[in-house]
Design a protein around this ligand. Sequence first.
Ligand SMILES: [Zn+2]
Length: 77
Amino acid sequence: MALTRCPECRKKISESAKICPNCGFSFKQENLEIYKQKLEERHLQNTEINRKSTKLHLIWFCIFALFLIIASVITQS
Ligand SMILES: [Zn+2]
């Protein structure tokens, strides 16, 4: 019996199963389409979050660098 992985709960289930016994995920074609769409949305959200956090990191780095410059100026004078 071939085993496959449920895309929803990542548990191993029989390839012939129409519904995942663990989480109830259905392997019908229409549901797989919906799942693909969800995955795509999640992926887009993740890239958006990553972009935002990268920007935030850059801002914090600038603040930190500025702080270091000010600190070095103060200690030198
Ligand atoms: Zn499942």
